[in-house]
Design a protein around this ligand. Structure first.
Ligand SMILES: Nc1nc2c(ncn2[C@@H]2O[C@H](COP(=O)(O)OP(=O)(O)O)[C@@H](O)[C@H]2O)c(=O)[nH]1
Ligand SMILES: [Mg+2]
Length: 657
């Protein structure tokens, strides 16, 4: 089996698995609708789950100093089938801006470019993505290799501007060997800068169609000056590939890139990091025995692993250039020699199963929670029917007086419960108040005010200390907000637990223990952002002396936009939690009320005509059987989904061969 086909096959199998999983969820939902067991909340949750499964992406980022062969490697691994070099790769700086390769079927194949001028605005790349008119778009003519190459070569475009302007963009500072030093300095006072800040290539490659997103990055300082990369794109990538060149060894700037963007302290994330020692063809030597060359390569691999502090098993030696050539020409011997297949094998073996486990576990737990809600309703119904059956069976052979007494009893029970409903209404009011308080702490309005304050402080005091203080106040406020939200959530939780206990005791409703709400996840994410900010602050501050103010502001906007993302998720989760806490009670109260009315009705009917008793008992027996059948149906649908999640056979037969 061709290893690059193996990677493609695994991806395909993964997409196919996601489709089967979606199918199972869809069938569960259809069944619930048929059985009248789905309400708007269920519809919404199913829709969200399906969307997540559909949009699920796998992001692989290529990070390195320029000219190590990132673009060539992407061409060789993913686009060799195209029969040509898709991304521009040449000596010197070719990739001038972060470039995402993905496929979004709702748009035509195209390259979208965000002008460098947008650096003067206070918005982040992520925000600009919502505004199509900020981007310059060129459609891709897939039928012409020449036109494709021309369109894609735009990621290399530069233009000449006055030094002053470059500084305003945060691109150029005095005496720094930054991105511009490698570009030719022309006449005094002007300098070449990238035309674009970010590129998104929309291309219908089979792997991209299945949710793979590839991120190609420019060299060191361009990474440092685009906060979007350091704070958003790289931390959210599922795999980070760090590329070195065998002929250059591990240079000082390579180490800087590694330390700033990949070294991290997060052990779990480290597993997704792969180091590639590229350009091993430079070591090939016809005058040496193959075994000697191999030994030299392996020696370099070990040295590299040692220098970077990663296991040797995470370092791969390759020749991207020869691999691309070999794939285009179908030269298997050369491909083997390029060692690319081993890297592809590692990518497909580690990346996809890990991703599948996460997606599978998340989907399964969502399905479990959905079906638990439905099951609780069915159980309450069954209990109600059982109670009625018990009552009516006991009436067999009794005279009308006894039936009258019984009717009186149920009527009383119903009245007591209806008086109890007043307490339920009062509870709802308190709940609404507490919910509002919760959202006062972590609502977007609170964040907006905090960010506004910070922005003003930074403007008022644009010095190291002023900016630092403003930023620590910003984070302190956020931590305070989440602590207050945690306290509020725990009060809501206590109140609801007490309420469930009371309803269970007084009205025989099912005991239910509402789940707690933890803010730990958001606090951790905020802490991570704070750490990233601390790590990059000094680097940025020292790097671009004259442009630092513009840069600092953009840096803050990126952090603020990441924090906003955390708040949005926290708000969404809090809303879902509040529903999960309240809706079982709502359902129980409604069902119980209905139950009491039905009981009263059937006894009334029997009171009027006693021959209805047997008929009614038969009816109820049939109802109970119907509910049991629904429970079995629910279990079957959930078991179908479990079977897909736990299916060990991720690979289609062809890929196992
Ligand atoms: N000899 C050799 N050259 C390579 C290899 N990979 C890339 N190159 C060359 O190195 C230069 C820079 O490659 P490129 O992909 O643009 O690097 P990037 O800046 O990291 O994206 C180009 O001239 C490539 O042809 C390789 O495996 N062997
Ligand atoms: Mg490149």
């Amino acid at each position: 089996m061709h290893p690059s086909r193996d990677l493609a096959a695994r991806f395909e199998a993964y997409s196919d698995w996601r489709r089967r999983l979606s199918g199972g969820v869809l069938r569960l939902h259809e069944w619930m609708q048929e059985q009248d067991l789905a309400d708007t909340q269920v519809d919404l949750r199913v829709q969200q789950l399906l969307e997540r499964l559909h949009q699920d992406q796998l992001v692989v980022a290529f990070v390195a100093e320029f000219s190590r062969g990132k673009s060539e490697l992407i061409n060789a691994i993913f686009f060799a089938d195209f029969g040509q070099r898709l991304l521009p790769s040449a000596a010197g700086r070719t990739t001038m801006c972060p470039t995402e390769l993905l496929y979004d079927a709702s748009r035509p194949p195209s390259i979208r470019l965000l002008p460098i001028e947008t650096r003067l605005k206070d918005a982040t790349v992520a925000e600009f993505k919502n505004y199509a008119d900020e981007w310059v778009t060129f459609t891709l003519d897939l039928s012409s290799a020449e036109k494709m190459g021309e369109a894609l070569s735009r990621v290399s475009q530069v233009k000449r501007v006055p030094v002053e302007l470059a500084r305003k963009y945060g691109l150029y500072g005095e005496g720094e060997d930054d991105i511009l030093a490698a570009l030719e300095h022309g006449d005094e006072g002007s300098v070449d800068i990238p035309c674009w800040r970010h590129a998104v290539i929309n291309f219908p490659h089979p792997l991209l169609q299945q949710g793979l997103v590839i991120l190609d990055t420019p060299g060191l300082n361009a990474i440092g000056t685009e906060p979007e990369l350091t704070l958003n794109l790289l931390p959210n990538a599922h795999a980070l590939l760090f590329i070195l060149a065998a002929d250059a060894g591990v240079t000082k700037t390579d180490l800087e890139v590694w330390n700033q963007h990949l070294a991290g302290d997060d052990a779990a994330a480290k597993a997704g990091r792969i180091v590639i020692l590229n350009k091993i063809d430079g070591l090939w030597d016809d005058l040496k025995a193959d075994a000697d060359v191999e030994r030299e390569i392996d020696r370099q691999v070990r040295t590299t692993a040692h220098m970077l502090g990663v296991p040797v098993s995470q370092v791969f030696a390759t020749s991207a250039q020869k691999a691309l050539l070999a794939k285009v020409n179908g030269d298997d011997a050369l491909l083997a020699r390029s060692r690319l297949p081993a890297l592809e094998g590692a990518l497909s073996q580690n990346l996809i199963p890990a991703k599948r486990d996460i997606v599978g576990a998340a989907s399964q737990s969502e399905v479990r929670s959905l079906s638990a809600n439905v099951r609780a309703i069915l159980e309450a119904r069954l209990a109600g029917v059982g109670e009625q059956l018990g009552e009516l069976t006991a009436l067999r052979g009794k005279n009308q007086d006894v039936v009258g007494v019984m009717m009186e009893r149920v009527r009383n029970e119903k009245e007591v419960f209806e008086r109890g409903l007043a307490r339920y209404t009062a509870l709802r009011n308190v709940f609404t108040q507490q919910t509002n308080d919760l959202f006062d702490h972590i609502g977007l309005e609170a964040l907006r005010a905090n960010a506004g304050r910070t922005r003003r402080h930074i403007e008022d005091s644009p010095f190291t200390r002023g900016v630092r203080n403003a930023m620590s106040d910003f984070f302190r406020q956020i931590h305070g907000d989440f602590a207050a939200a945690a306290k509020q959530a725990s009060e809501i939780h206590d109140m609801m637990r007490a309420m469930y206990l009371r309803f269970a005791k007084e009205h025989g409703l099912e005991a239910f223990s509402p789940p707690p709400f933890s803010v730990l996840k958001y606090q951790k994410e905020i802490e991570r952002l704070e750490r990233a900010y601390n790590t990059h602050f000094n680097t940025l501050w020292n790097m671009v002396s004259k442009a630092k103010f513009a840069l600092m502001k953009r840096f803050f906007e990126t952090i603020a936009s990441r924090v906003k993302h955390v708040y949005v998720i926290a708000n969404r989760d809090a809303e879902a939690w509040l529903k999960a806490v309240m809706s079982p009670l709502e359902t129980q109260v409604r069902e119980h009320h209905l139950q009491l009315r039905r009981r009263l009705d059937s006894i009334k009917r029997i009171h009027r005509a006693s021959d209805e008793l047997e008929e009614r008992i038969d009816e109820l027996t049939a109802q109970a059987e119907g509910i049991r059948a629904q429970m079995r149906g629910l279990d079957e649908k959930v078991a179908d989904i479990d079977a897909v999640v736990e299916d060990p056979d991720l690979l289609p037969l062809a890929a196992n061969g």
